[in-house]
Write a protein that binds this ligand. Structure first.
Ligand SMILES: C[S@@+](CC[C@H](N)C(=O)[O-])C[C@H]1O[C@@H](n2cnc3c(N)ncnc32)[C@H](O)[C@@H]1O
Length: 249
């Protein structure tokens, strides 16, 4: 009986406490300190990510989490990435994908960007710990979805793993618009996103979009859109964007 009540109260969440205490507090924090003060989503999420990295300073992510880098590289290779190509890891976090991609790519061909400097620093430390020299890659912060920091760069492969899953639609729209100027001829953008029949937002920071919505947004921004086989399961999908007016490299 007690178990049944707890299950009902918990709903889809991990615990009753999370649902009725932690989550409302997070919403209140977001509304009071960000929305009502005219700050945007990126301000909020940057602060959140920096804080999480600060709290986890010195803690190494699980080897299982880090090992997914090999799968990421396999997807990129399956889409044709070769060592001479230039790669942008958008929302690279602790450069998990980088730990496989950097040694594979020629020196200087990997660029990782993130909104959270603390996450990047953790990534630099982890790469150094594992013998990957900072001379082989670039990693720096972007302030928002305009991506002005990347002016003058161009990429054959743009990769965003579990990044659009934490972006509201207006930010995705801005990012899609900004990203177009970073495509090298024949370039492609691979990203994962969470799908649901209807738009859903949970835990303040997790966003699900209907597949048709994502496709329409990408096409409206001027991209060619295709789903690619990614080995992802459940509600996660991987899309590939290309630009129609760019001849193959
Ligand atoms: C779930 S983590 C994934 C990190 C990495 N892609 C990986 O797979 O290990 C999401 C990352 O995206 C970053 N991020 C979220 N929104 C972003 C944005 N608009 N521009 C750049 N990075 C962003 C977050 O700071 C965080 O490091």
């Amino acid at each position: 009986m007690y178990q049944a009540i707890v299950r009902t109260l918990r709903g889809d969440y991990n615990s009753v406490r999370y649902r009725f205490l932690t989550l409302p507090k997070e919403w209140a924090h977001y509304m009071l300190h960000y929305r009502l003060r005219g700050k945007d989503w990126t301000d909020f999420y940057t602060h959140r990510m920096n804080r999480e990295a600060e709290l986890g300073r010195g803690k190494r992510p699980s080897e299982q989490y880090l090992a997914r880098a090999e799968e990421h590289l396999a997807h990129l290779k399956a889409q044709g990435m070769q060592p001479h190509h230039r790669m942008l890891d958008y929302g690279c976090g602790v450069m998990r994908t980088g730990r496989a991609a950097i040694p594979y790519l020629s020196e200087g061909r990997y660029v990782g960007v993130d909104i959270a400097e603390n996450r990047l620093q953790k990534g630099r430390d982890l790469l150094a710990e594992d013998g990957i020299s900072a001379d082989r890659y670039e990693a720096f912060t972007v302030a928002d979805c305009e991506l002005k920091e990347l002016d003058g760069y161009s990429f054959d492969y743009i990769w965003a793993e579990s990044v659009l899953t934490h972006m509201p639609a207006p930010e995705i729209r801005t990012m899609l618009r900004s990203m177009k100027r970073l495509f090298a001829p024949g370039g492609q953008f691979l990203f994962t996103f969470s799908t649901a029949e209807e738009y859903k937002r949970r835990n303040v920071k997790d966003f699900w979009y209907p597949h048709d919505f994502m496709e329409q947004e990408c096409r409206a921004a001027g991209y060619q859109y295709a789903l690619v086989e990614s080995g992802t399961n459940g509600y996660t999908r991987m899309a590939r964007l290309t630009l129609p007016d760019r001849a193959s490299a």
